[in-house]
Design a protein around this ligand. Structure first.
Ligand code: ADP
Length: 494
């Protein structure tokens, strides 16, 4: 009998480039990864070497292909850091400039100008996004306007633009395919997510020639054949990282939410087939597009999640390992009235205040590092609560359960406190590499390893659930106090 088919997921993230081999049952067979360097050439600028992104990814895939377990790979799925922008030469593949990373703020003044001209509303209505340097459009414009000779070459049709998925696909197929998928396109701020097409009016506004742009495909598609490590493997799935995680958490029903707790936290709610704009400064984005049918999501990000625990570890030296925070938190009965608003880089959704500063409040002579650590962990649940309330206000959906992943999902105190504060079941999956798993699911779906989304859902494996166990009165008291602390931080930074 031939060995069961495996799927190779490429997960090109901000901090590393990885290849993960999954069995057709969704179990991990092998992982290879390489750390990626970020460059900060000026204040607010964040870049990466696009050649490194490709070479490191290629290396990770080739290392996996050398292994015995890799002798029956049926397909490749790609997932990636979103919005990061590359422009390269169509003939040579040589990037004309470094990759401008999603975190880069160099176009902040330009975005502010457009906002002053009252253009944000129109942009949101077409793209679901807020007018911000985060998205690709103004990064593309910056390269065209600032790198010598590039605009001319772009207009002559010599160059190509792509987000990381597209750049990797182009390289993996030896320059044969210049395509992206609908989820990655939905983060560029030039793609109309209602019409499902590049938006001519926005291309004019940002002065971007259409000949630079890739084709936009479904998330499951015959993207081309990767010629790598003496093998030819079809690439059949592709999605941006947070959308891939939504698929990896099998959030296929309206109202289902996944939340990833790494350095920051990204939450997405599946809102179904109807496009809807948020009244609470959340983004609307494409969750996935299958057979031409779009499913939308609302998305909110909390800038500081695990980073608060890193800060306690590195700056205050409370512990050596982030995992120790759990024992410290449960060593005290409660927070002893200490609250921690981790606004180290302003506050993200749903408050949106770029100038907010972090605060630790309620300190007394009895306060210990255990109370402060507990407050930092509790803040994860309070921030999530505010985000989920915004989702609910916008959509009217009551959430039944929350599927979580990322580093903090290993912390049982956080998981239980989340369940208590949200008053819903918190589910932690068996495979916490949900981003890569999502890319593998998409690739497998296209080649029939999975019949449909229901088939993926039924094979999705849970490791642990946490059920709410807090009196409503107590929950309300916590939330009232938290809300008071948030107001204080916001007031202080007006
Ligand atoms: P990223 O993908 O953003 O690098 P990860 O998902 O690897 O993030 O999670 C790392 C973050 O989670 C770090 O900020 C770390 O402080 C935090 N973290 C990891 N494990 C734990 C834990 N057991 N308890 C609390 N925080 C944790």
């Amino acid at each position: 009998m031939p060995p069961p088919k495996a799927i190779l997921a490429i997960d090109q993230g901000t901090t590393s480039s990885r290849a993960i081999l999954f069995s057709n049952a969704g179990d991990i067979l092998s992982i290879k990864q390489k750390e990626l360097t970020l460059f900060y050439p000026h204040k607010g600028w964040v870049e990466q070497d696009a050649n490194d992104i490709w070479h490191d990814t290629k290396w990770a895939v080739e290392e996996i292909l050398k292994e015995d377990v890799a002798d029956n790979i049926a397909a490749i799925g790609i997932t990636n850091q979103r919005e990061t922008t590359i422009i390269w030469d169509k003939k040579t593949g040589k990037p004309v400039y470094n990759a401008i990373v999603w975190q880069d703020r160099r176009t902040a003044d330009y975005c502010a100008e457009l906002k002053e001209q009252g253009l944000e509303k129109k942009i949101t209505a077409k793209t679901g996004l807020l007018l911000d340097p985060y998205f690709s459009a103004t990064k593309i414009k910056w390269i065209l306007d600032n790198v010598e000779g590039v605009r001319k070459r772009a207009e002559a049709g010599e160059l190509l633009f792509g987000t990381i998925d597209c750049f990797l696909l182009w390289n993996l197929t030896g320059g044969k395919t210049h395509a992206t998928d609908a989820t990655n396109a939905s983060r560029t701020m030039i793609y109309n997510i209602k019409d499902g097409a590049w938006d001519k009016e926005l291309l004019d506004l940002f002065d971007i020639p259409e000949c630079l742009l890739p084709c936009v495909e479904n998330n499951c598609h015959d993207f081309g054949v990767a010629d790598i490590g003496n093998q030819q493997i079809p690439i059949t799935g592709m999605a941006g990282d947070q959308q891939a995680a939504t698929v990896g958490q099998a959030c296929f029903d309206k109202g289902m939410v996944k939340s990833t707790y790494g350095t920051g936290c990204f939450a997405l709610m599946n809102i179904g087939q109807e496009f809807k704009i948020s009244q609470n400064k959340l983004l609307t984005t494409i969750a996935y597009q299958l057979d031409g049918k779009v499913t939308y999501a609302m998305e909110g990000s909390i800038f500081v999640a695990g980073a608060a625990i890193q800060w306690l570890r590195d700056n205050l030296e409370f512990f050596k390992d982030a995992a120790e925070s759990e024992a410290l938190a449960i060593s005290v009965e409660d927070n002893n009235d200490v609250y921690f608003v981790p606004a180290f880089t302003g506050l993200g959704a749903p408050y949106w205040n770029p100038n907010a500063k972090a605060a630790i409040t309620g300190l007394s002579r009895e306060s210990t590092k255990a109370h402060i650590t507990r407050a930092a962990l509790e803040a994860q649940a309070f921030q999530t609560h505010d985000l989920i309330s915004a989702f609910q206000n916008d959509t009217g959906f009551e959430i039944q359960n929350l599927r979580i992943d990322g580093g903090l999902s290993n912390n049982a105190f956080v998981c239980q406190f989340l369940a208590d504060i949200l008053n819903c079941v918190v589910e932690v999956p068996k495979i916490t590499e949900t981003t890569a798993l999502g890319a593998a699911y998409l690739a497998g779906l296209h080649i029939g390893l999975f019949k449909d989304l229901d088939d993926i859902s039924s094979g999705w494996k849970m490791a642990k659930t946490y059920t709410p166990n807090m009196l409503d009165e107590k929950r309300q008291a916590y939330l009232a106090k938290w809300s008071q602390e948030i107001d204080r931080v916001l007031l202080h930074n007006e």
